[in-house]
Each structure stands twice: as structure tokens, then as C-alpha cells.
Design a binder for this molecule. Structure first.
Ligand code: HEC
Ligand code: HEC
Length: 268
């Protein structure tokens, strides 16, 4: 009887030891993945915030496969738009300040966590989490993709809005750019998201995606002139919406902003 207990204790002890190694191994790996300067304590806090606030949509593994899976929103036109919580394991982001193909900056990610993504029902967290918690959760989501180990984000694109943006002349010039650059193929002749290609678009992962309807929506990243400018300058990676940084002059891009502000009813 005595011998049996001793044996049992040994078994118990060694399985406890195993558990210790099993659980501590991934933690050590995570520290390595976060790059320099991010402490284990920050990642631990980030993980805790993630599990409470993000996991329900973005998933335990960060692959977007969780309880929610897909968010459906119906527009007044009757069109149903399906949006999928971002899969962080591929390391591709839409709402960046950096050129197409680049990682976003840490500030870009904090901004998204702060304000959420309006038309996609990702909630804002600026008021419900402290800055320390928001920074920590951003560092934690970087551990889901190796891209963050291998690359640095590029420099943000400079945005300096000229005074004439929104003027009548600029709106007219922008209308021509919209036509010449074929924004209408996807966004429609009057910006209603109903161009000839609109119902055939797929994102990089084969899911249907609808172009923005300028007439009824707020931009996902916020509808300021600067945000419109940065959207078609950087492109929305993974969505098929290209970057026009190389194909349009800075001046024409600002005229285009004027025209889209007109489409959105934000200027006369
Ligand atoms: C209710 C579901 C939901 C919750 C909760 C949620 N998200 Fe999201 N998130 C989404 C959806 C949906 C998208 C995709 C938005 C789109 O592309 O239109 C998204 C996109 C993102 C993106 C990608 C933005 C880009 O530029 O591509 C980041 C980063 C992000 N979420 C971080 C977080 C973090 C961090 C949390 C927790 C603090 C969180 N999300 C909580 C639904 C959610
Ligand atoms: C190949 C199709 C395609 C073309 C061409 C295209 N877009 Fe887009 N655009 C999209 C898609 C798809 C989205 C929606 C992405 C999303 O919901 O995440 C979008 C979204 C947008 C948004 C809203 C972003 C946000 O934050 O919600 C703006 C602004 C925009 N496009 C402007 C333009 C302008 C201006 C042009 C022409 C210079 C243009 N697009 C050309 C497909 C296209």
C-alpha cells in the first residue's frame, strides 16, 4: 500500500513537471516572436486582454475562426454584406498609413483598436481599455504571424491636405480622375458601390467582397478627407482595391478626394 502511494507520487510529480514544460515552452517562444523590446509581462497582459475582448471574433489562434465566424449586414438596397474577422496569421492589413504590401505601424494598429471598424461591427476600445492594455494587445496580435519577425513596417505616407480640397473646381477635376482611373468599374458611376465589376469581386482568400458605397456609408477608417486620401494611396491590401500611389500625381489624388467628398454629401 505504502509502495503504491510512493509510486503514484512519482507519477504525479513527473506529469506535473511535464505540464510545466509544456505550458512554459510556448510562452518562451512568444517572447522571441514579439521582437526586441517587448517584455514577457506586456505579452502576458496582451494575451489576457485578447482573450476577454478579441478572441470571440478573431479566435484563439488569431485565424479569425471563432464563435462569430462571419458578420452579416444588410444595406437599404437589400444587399447583404458579409465581413470576416481578420485572420492575423497571414499578416495582411487594410487600414495602414504605409505603402501597399507593407506591414502597418504600431500606431495604425492602436488606432484600429481605439475606434474599431464601423461598418464591420468591430467595437471601439478606446474608452473600455487603458492605453497600456491597448498597446499590449497590439503587441500580442503580432505574435500570430511570422511577418512581424521578418519585416519592419515601412515609413508612413505623408498626408498634407491642400486648402482647395472640396472647392467646386477641384470637385470637377476629381470627377474626371474618377472616370479616367476607372474607380467606377467597382464603385459605380455615381459611387453607389454598384459598378459593372461590383458583384464579381473576391478578396485574396476567395470570399466575396463589395466595394464601398459612398452614398450611404462611413469609411471603415473614418470619413475625413485625409482618410479618403490615404485609402486609395495605400490601397486596401487583400481586398483587390489597388494603390494609386504610383499611377496618380499627388494633386490628382487630392482632386479625387474632393469628388468623393461630394459623393458622400460632405461638400456642396
Ligand atoms: C465583434 C467582433 C470583433 C471583436 C470583438 C474584435 N474585432 Fe477586430 N475585426 C473584426 C472584423 C469583422 C474585422 C474586419 C473588418 C473589415 O475588414 O471590414 C476586424 C479587423 C481587425 C483588425 C485589422 C484591421 C486592418 O487594418 O486590416 C485588427 C488589427 C483588429 N481587428 C484587432 C482587434 C483587437 C485587438 C480586438 C480586441 C481588442 C478586436 N479586433 C476585437 C471583428 C472584431
Ligand atoms: C477592383 C475594384 C476596385 C477599384 C478599381 C477601386 N476600388 Fe475602392 N474599394 C474596393 C473594395 C472591394 C472596397 C471595400 C473594402 C472593404 O470593405 O474593406 C473599396 C473601398 C474603398 C473606400 C472605402 C475604404 C474604407 O475605409 O471603408 C474608398 C474611399 C475607395 N475604395 C476609393 C476608391 C477610389 C477613389 C478608387 C479609384 C481611384 C477606387 N476605390 C477603386 C474595390 C475597388
Amino acid at each position: 500500500m505504502v509502495r503504491f502511494t510512493v509510486k503514484l507520487n512519482v507519477v504525479l510529480f513527473s506529469s506535473l513537471l511535464m505540464m510545466f514544460f509544456l505550458t512554459s515552452a510556448p510562452a518562451a517562444q512568444e517572447t522571441g516572436e514579439a521582437g526586441e523590446g517587448v517584455s514577457e509581462a506586456v505579452l502576458k497582459l496582451g494575451k489576457r486582454v485578447y482573450e476577454v475582448r478579441c478572441l470571440v471574433c478573431h479566435g484563439e489562434e488569431g485565424d479569425g475562426n471563432s464563435f462569430v465566424k462571419v458578420i452579416r449586414r444588410s444595406e437599404l438596397s437589400g444587399r447583404i454584406i458579409e465581413t470576416y474577422p481578420r485572420d492575423f496569421t497571414v499578416g495582411v492589413f487594410r487600414f495602414r498609413s504605409t505603402p501597399t504590401g507593407c506591414l502597418p505601424t504600431t500606431e495604425d494598429l492602436i488606432k484600429i483598436v481605439d475606434r474599431g471598424v464601423p461598418r464591420s461591427f468591430m467595437p471601439p476600445h478606446e474608452k473600455s481599455l487603458s492605453l497600456e492594455e491597448r498597446k499590449a494587445v497590439v503587441e500580442y496580435i503580432k505574435t500570430f504571424s511570422e511577418r512581424w519577425e521578418e519585416e519592419e513596417p515601412c515609413d508612413p505616407i505623408e498626408v498634407k491636405k491642400p486648402d482647395w480640397v472640396g472647392s467646386e473646381i477641384s470637385v470637377q477635376k476629381g470627377k474626371k480622375v474618377y472616370k479616367d482611373m476607372k474607380c467606377w468599374e467597382c464603385h459605380g458611376y455615381e459611387g453607389k458601390g454598384d459598378g459593372p465589376k461590383a458583384d464579381k469581386l473576391k478578396d485574396d482568400w476567395g470570399k466575396q467582397i463589395w466595394p464601398f458605397n459612398f452614398v450611404t456609408g462611413e469609411l471603415k477608417r473614418g470619413s475625413s478627407p485625409e482618410n479618403v486620401y490615404i485609402t486609395f494611396t495605400t490601397g486596401l491590401d487583400g481586398t483587390g482595391m489597388p494603390s494609386y500611389e504610383d499611377s496618380l500625381s499627388e494633386e490628382d489624388r487630392w482632386h479625387l478626394v474632393s469628388y468623393t467628398l461630394k459623393l458622400m454629401g460632405l461638400v456642396k
